[in-house]
Design a protein around this ligand. Structure first.
Ligand SMILES: Nc1ncnc2c1ncn2[C@@H]1O[C@H](COP(=O)(O)OP(=O)(O)OP(=O)(O)O)[C@@H](O)[C@H]1O
Ligand SMILES: [Mg+2]
Length: 241
C-alpha cells in the first residue's frame, strides 16, 4: 500500500506542495484533479523520489517506495522516450530494468488492447503520432506488471473512442493483476467512471479527498463544486440522483 505522509515540496523558493497526505491500496484507483499548475505532476515526481521532499515521506507497505518497482506514464509522451531508440527497444528495456525476460504474449495482448500494430514499435518516437506514442507509454508502464502505476494525463492525446478502449484495457488489467493506480486527469467523467477516490489539488494543497461517488453527489469545498459543475456543464460528467 502506498502511503504519502505529510509531504511538502519546494521548487526554487516556492513551496509547490504543502502537507500532502494520501494512501492508496492495491486494486484501488485514486484520481488527482485540479487546475493547471496546482502541483499534480510534482506530486507524482515527489512520490517517485524524482524531486526531494522538504518534509514528510513516501512509503510502500512501510518500506521505501523503490521496493515496489512503481511505473510512470509521463504527461508529455514523446519526450518520455529516448529519441534514438526504437519504441520496441524502450518498451523491452522496461522489462530488463526489472530483471524480467520480455513476455511476447503479454506484449501482443497489450498491443491488441491498446490498438497498436507491431510495426509502430519498430519506429522511433518522432515517427509515430502523439496519440500512438501516448499509448506506447502506457504499454511501457504496464509491460512489467508493476504493483503501482502513476499515470499523468494518460489519455490526453486520444480521441474519445480510443480513450474509452484504453481506459477499459487499463481497468481490465487492473482487475486481473491488482495494481494500485494514481491517475492525474482533467477529465472528471473518466475519474467518475474509473476512480474509487478523488483528490482535488489546488495551489499545492489537497482541498478535499474522498470517495468519488460522494464527490460527484456533493463536493465538500467551493472549488470542488466549481470543478464538478464545470464538468456537468460540459457534459463530461453525468449528474447522479
Ligand atoms: N523546476 C521548477 N522550478 C520552479 N517551479 C517549478 C518547477 N517545476 C514546476 N514548478 C512550478 O510548480 C507548480 C506545480 O507544477 P506542476 O507541473 O506540478 O503542475 P500541474 O498541476 O501538473 O499542472 P498541469 O495540469 O499544467 O500539468 C507550478 O507553479 C510550476 O510552475
Ligand atoms: Mg502536470
Amino acid at each position: 500500500m502506498l502511503n504519502v505522509d505529510r509531504i511538502s515540496v519546494r521548487r526554487g523558493k516556492a513551496l509547490v506542495l504543502r502537507d500532502i497526505s494520501l494512501s492508496l491500496e492495491p486494486r484501488r484507483t485514486l484520481a488527482v484533479v485540479g487546475e493547471s499548475g496546482a502541483g499534480k505532476s510534482t506530486l507524482i515526481a515527489a512520490i517517485l523520489g524524482l524531486v526531494p521532499c522538504a518534509r514528510g515521506h513516501v512509503t510502500w507497505s512501510g518500506a521505501p517506495l523503490g521496493s515496489a518497482r512503481p511505473s510512470l506514464v509521463m504527461q508529455e509522451p514523446r519526450s518520455a522516450f529516448n529519441p534514438q531508440l526504437s519504441l520496441r527497444r524502450s518498451v523491452l528495456e522496461a522489462c530488463v530494468a526489472q530483471g524480467l525476460a520480455p513476455d511476447t504474449r503479454r506484449l501482443e495482448r497489450l498491443c491488441d488492447g491498446l490498438e497498436l500494430t507491431s510495426d509502430l514499435l519498430d519506429r522511433r518516437p518522432f515517427e509515430v503520432s502523439i496519440g500512438q506514442v501516448q499509448r506506447i507509454g502506457i504499454l511501457r508502464a504496464l509491460i512489467a506488471a508493476p504493483p503501482l502505476v502513476l499515470f499523468d494525463e494518460p489519455l490526453s492525446a486520444l480521441d474519445a473512442v480510443t480513450q474509452k478502449h484504453t481506459a477499459r484495457l487499463i481497468a481490465d488489467l487492473q482487475a486481473e493483476e491488482g495494481f494500485a493506480a494514481l491517475v492525474v486527469t482533467h477529465d472528471l467523467g473518466y475519474a467518475a467512471a474509473y476512480a474509487d477516490d478523488i483528490a482535488v489539488l489546488r495551489a499545492g494543497k489537497i482541498e478535499e479527498i474522498g470517495a468519488t461517488k460522494a464527490f460527484v453527489a456533493a463536493p465538500q469545498t467551493a472549488y470542488g463544486r466549481t470543478l464538478r459543475d464545470a464538468a456537468f456543464a460540459l457534459g463530461a460528467l453525468e449528474r447522479v440522483a
